[in-house]
Design a protein around this ligand. Structure first.
Ligand code: PMP
Length: 385
C-alpha cells in the first residue's frame, strides 16, 4: 500500500467516532460513584411558581442555588462573588446573549455594536449572534485585528475554547468597549487556578464545571446592578426563568462537591476536581505521545503554573486538543474524516482549515479508538521511512 502523509490510509473498517462536540461524558465515571448522595427527589406539589425570591434581582433563582454557586467559588477560589449579582440562565449560552443585550444600547443605534473575540475563538459566538439578525449587535470577527473607531463588545474566553490558552483582552481600538469574560473552563480539573477572577461580567456553566450539560444551567457574576437587571429581563422574556428542577439538581451537586472538600479527612485524588484532573492528565499524556509519533499534527505547548486550589504546579489539561496540520496537509477536518473521526475544523473558530479540534472529555471507548487510529498513522510513517 502506498500512503503519503497528505492522504491517510482509508483502512478504518470500524465506525465513525464523533469527537466533534464537547459533550462532557467523561465525568460520568465520577458521578456514578456518587449516585445516591446526589439524587434529588421532587414532590408533585413543588416548584409550581415562576417565582423564587422576589427580593433578588434574579427573581427566578432558587436561594439554595445562589448559595451553592457562592460556596463553590469560595471553595475553589476561582472568582470573586462578594458584592456581585448572580444571574442564572438556561446554560451560559442564554446568558451570553443576555450579556450582549445588556451591554448594548437600549435604543437601536445607527450602526450595530460590534462583537469580537480573538481567533481562534469559540465557534458558537458567531452563529449565536447571526441567528438574532439584530440591528443592535453584529459579529465582527477576530478581536486581534479590530481597528474600527466604533463601540464594541470583546468576548474573552479563558482557558480558551479551542486552544486552551489563558487570555486577556486584545482590542486596541480607541472606541469604547465592554468586556464579557467567558470562564466556562476556569475550573481546576482543566487549568491551574492562579487568581480569583474579578471581571465586570463573568459567565460560568454547570456543563463544563461538573459535566452536567443536560441540566442546562449557567450563571453570570455581574458587578453592575443595572446590567444584572437587564440580563434578568432578557431571560424573563426568553423563557420566564430557568427550570427549578435543574436548579435544585445543580444546587445539590455543587453542595456535594463542597461538602467533600470541606471534610477533614478528604483525599484530593478521590474528590471531584482531583479525580477528573487525573483522568484528563492521563488522556493528555497518551494523546501527546500519539500525536508526536504520528508526525502529521502538532499540539499547542502549555507551560506549568501553580494552582492555588490544588497547591501544586501543573500544566493546563484543556477540554479540547487543538491540532495544527504539518505542511502538506491542507484540511485537518477532512483528514480526520478519512480516519473516520468527526472533528471540527479551523474555519469555524476563525482560522484556517489546517487546524482541527477534537474533544478530550468524551467517552473512554472513543478516546481509546482515537489513539488507535493515530497509532496507525505512525505505523505508516515508520513503514514508509
Ligand atoms: N462558552 C464556551 C467557551 C463553551 O465551550 C460552551 C459550551 N460548549 C458554552 C459557552 C456554552 O455552555 P452551556 O452548555 O452552558 O450553554
Amino acid at each position: 500500500m502506498v500512503v503519503s502523509k497528505a492522504s491517510p490510509p482509508v483502512t478504518c473498517s470500524d465506525s465513525t467516532i464523533n469527537l466533534e462536540k464537547g459533550d462532557p461524558l467523561v465525568f460520568g465515571k465520577y458521578w456514578k460513584k456518587k449516585s445516591d448522595e446526589c439524587s434529588v427527589v421532587i414532590q408533585g406539589w413543588e416548584f409550581l411558581s415562576y417565582l423564587s425570591d422576589t427580593s433578588n434581582v434574579c427573581w427566578y433563582m432558587l436561594p439554595e442555588l445562589k448559595g451553592a454557586i457562592q460556596r463553590l467559588h469560595h471553595v475553589v477560589g476561582n472568582a470573586v462573588t462578594q458584592d456581585k449579582y448572580i444571574v442564572i440562565g438556561t446554560g451560559s449560552t442564554q446568558l451570553f446573549m443576555a450579556a450582549l443585550f445588556a451591554l448594548s444600547p437600549s435604543q437601536t443605534p445607527d450602526h450595530p455594536f460590534n462583537v469580537v473575540s480573538a481567533a481562534p475563538h469559540y465557534s458558537e459566538y458567531k452563529p449565536e449572534i447571526d441567528v438574532l439578525r439584530s440591528a443592535v449587535v453584529q459579529w465582527a470577527g477576530d478581536a486581534g485585528v479590530y481597528d474600527k473607531n466604533e463601540p464594541y463588545i470583546e468576548v474573552v474566553n479563558y482557558p480558551n475554547n479551542p486552544d486552551g490558552t489563558i487570555r486577556g483582552p486584545v482590542v486596541k481600538s480607541a472606541a469604547k468597549g465592554n468586556l464579557v469574560h467567558d470562564l466556562a473552563y476556569y475550573w481546576p480539573q482543566y487549568t491551574p487556578i492562579t487568581h480569583q477572577a474579578d471581571h465586570d461580567v463573568m459567565l460560568f456553566t454547570f456543563s463544563k464545571c461538573t459535566g452536567h450539560a443536560g441540566s442546562r444551567i449557567g450563571w453570570a457574576i455581574v458587578k453592575d446592578i443595572e446590567i444584572a437587571k437587564k440580563m434578568t429581563r432578557f431571560v424573563h422574556l426568553g423563557s420566564h426563568g430557568v427550570a427549578k428542577e435543574s436548579q435544585a439538581r445543580a444546587a445539590k451537586i455543587m453542595g456535594a462537591i463542597c461538602d467533600d472538600y470541606q471534610k477533614f479527612e478528604s483525599i484530593e485524588s478521590e474528590l471531584f476536581f482531583g479525580y477528573c484532573k487525573n483522568i484528563l492528565r492521563e488522556r493528555w499524556e497518551k494523546l501527546k505521545g500519539a500525536i508526536e509519533k504520528s508526525k502529521v499534527f502538532t499540539l499547542t505547548k502549555y507551560s506549568r503554573a501553580y494552582c492555588n486550589f490544588a497547591n501544586e504546579s501543573f500544566e493546563t489539561y484543556p477540554t479540547f486538543a487543538w491540532l495544527k496540520c504539518e505542511e502538506g496537509i491542507e484540511n485537518g477536518e477532512s483528514y480526520m474524516g478519512k480516519l473516520k473521526i468527526r472533528a471540527r475544523g479551523g474555519p469555524g473558530f476563525g482560522v484556517g482549515p489546517n487546524y482541527v479540534r477534537l474533544t478530550m472529555i468524551g467517552m473512554d471507548d472513543d478516546f481509546n479508538e482515537l489513539l488507535k487510529r493515530l497509532s496507525m498513522l505512525s505505523a505508516i510513517q515508520i513503514s514508509n521511512s
